[in-house]
Design a binder for this molecule. Structure first.
Ligand SMILES: NC(=O)c1ccc[n+]([C@@H]2O[C@H](COP(=O)([O-])OP(=O)(O)OC[C@H]3O[C@@H](n4cnc5c(N)ncnc54)[C@H](OP(=O)(O)O)[C@@H]3O)[C@@H](O)[C@H]2O)c1
Length: 293
C-alpha cells in the first residue's frame, strides 16, 4: 500500500484531494493543513517526513495571492521557492517522490500555440517567478520528482473565479471581464482525480512510478478567455447578469498575466492514458454536483 502525504490540505486542491481519497482506500493518505505542517518551518517538515516516511508527497501548499505577491516578494519566494526546496530535500532523503503543483504562468514566452513542457519559460510576475524558482529546486533535488503545471483552478471551496462570478452575477446587472487573456480553466475535482489516477497506476506498476518524473502540463481541454468562462458560468447558473468583454488595459492589475496560456497535455495523456474533460463539461459537472455554490 503506498503512503501519500498531502500538504496544504485546506486549500482548494487539498480539499478536492481529500474528497478523491475516499475513493482510493488502497492508498494510505495523510492530509496536513498549515497548522499541522507549516512549510515555512523546515525542521517541522523534515520531522514529519522522517516520521511518516511517505512514498509520495503531493505539495498543494503555496503562496497563491498573485497580485499581493507583487508587494510581498519575500513571502512569495519564502513559500514557493525556499520552503519547496526544503521539502524536496526532505523527500529525497527518505526516497519519497515529490509531486509538486506549479503554474501555467511560468511560460508566458509570447508564443500563441499550446505550450509543451520543453518550451522556454519567461515568468512575468513575482508569483510566477517564485513558482519557477521552486520548480528548479525540485528538479535539482532529484530527477525522480514531479512538477505538474496547471492553470485557472476553480472548484466548490475557497476563493476562485467561479465563485466570484456567481456572487457578482447575483449582485450586479452587468460585469466587465477581460477577453484578451486566453487559457484553460481546470476543475480541482478533475485535477485531483488525475493525480490519484497517476498514483494508482504507479502503485500497480513500479516501472510506471519510476517513469512518472519531470514536468507535466495538466488542465481541462479546450481554450477560452476569462470572458467566455464568465459567460458560460452565468448561463449555466441562469444568472441574467450581462457580461461585457473588455481588454486587460481597461482593468489593470498589479501582476501581469499572460495573454496566451494554453498548455499541451500530450505528455501526460500519452504516458498515462488519462482522459481529460473539456472545460465546459467539467464546469457543468462541477455546478451540477455543487448546487450550493
Ligand atoms: N488557483 C489557481 O488558479 C492556480 C493556477 C495554477 C496553479 N496553481 C497552483 O496549484 C496549487 C494549488 O492551488 P490552490 O488554488 O489549491 O491554492 P489555495 O487554495 O490558495 O491553497 C493553498 C494552501 O496553502 C496553504 N498554505 C499557505 N501557507 C502555508 C504554509 N506556510 N505551510 C503550509 N501550507 C500553507 C494555505 O493555507 P491557508 O488557507 O491557511 O492560507 C492554503 O490552504 C498551488 O501550487 C498553486 O500555485 C493554482
Amino acid at each position: 500500500m503506498i503512503r501519500v502525504l498531502v500538504t496544504g490540505a485546506q486549500g482548494q486542491l487539498g480539499q478536492a484531494l481529500q474528497q478523491e481519497a475516499v475513493r482510493h482506500k488502497t492508498m494510505e493518505w495523510h492530509f496536513q493543513g498549515r497548522h499541522d505542517l507549516d512549510l515555512l518551518d523546515a525542521e517541522m517538515v523534515d520531522r514529519m517526513v522522517r516520521f511518516l516516511r511517505p512514498d509520495v508527497i503531493i505539495n498543494t501548499a503555496a503562496y497563491t495571492a498573485v497580485d499581493k505577491a507583487e508587494e510581498a516578494s519575500s513571502e512569495a519566494f519564502a513559500l514557493n521557492r525556499d520552503a519547496v526546496g526544503n521539502l524536496a530535500r526532505s523527500a529525497t532523503e527518505v526516497d519519497a517522490k515529490l509531486v509538486h503543483l506549479s503554474t501555467d504562468y511560468v511560460y508566458d514566452n509570447g508564443q500563441v500555440t499550446p505550450y509543451l513542457e520543453s518550451d522556454p519559460v519567461r515568468p512575468a510576475s513575482i508569483y510566477a517567478s517564485s513558482k519557477l524558482a521552486g520548480e528548479e529546486l525540485i528538479i535539482q533535488s532529484s530527477p525522480g520528482h514531479v512538477v505538474i503545471r496547471t492553470s485557472w483552478l476553480y472548484g466548490p471551496v475557497n476563493h476562485n473565479f467561479l465563485k466570484t462570478m456567481i456572487r457578482l452575477g447575483r449582485e450586479r446587472a452587468e460585469l466587465n471581464v477581460v477577453f484578451d487573456q486566453v487559457g484553460t480553466p481546470t476543475c480541482t475535482t478533475d485535477l485531483a482525480e488525475a493525480l490519484a489516477g497517476l498514483l494508482v497506476q504507479g502503485a500497480s506498476d513500479p516501472k510506471k512510478m519510476e517513469a512518472f518524473n519531470g514536468i507535466y502540463n495538466f488542465s481541462n481541454e479546450g481554450v477560452c478567455s476569462w470572458y467566455d468562462f464568465a459567460v458560460a458560468i452565468m448561463r449555466l447558473r441562469q444568472l441574467s447578469c450581462r457580461v461585457i468583454p473588455i481588454r486587460s488595459a481597461a482593468f489593470p492589475t498589479p501582476a501581469k498575466r499572460p495573454a496566451y496560456s494554453v498548455m499541451d497535455k500530450g505528455r501526460i495523456k500519452n504516458q498515462f492514458g488519462i482522459p481529460i474533460a473539456h472545460w465546459r463539461d467539467a464546469l457543468e459537472r462541477c455546478l451540477r454536483e455543487n448546487p450550493g455554490i
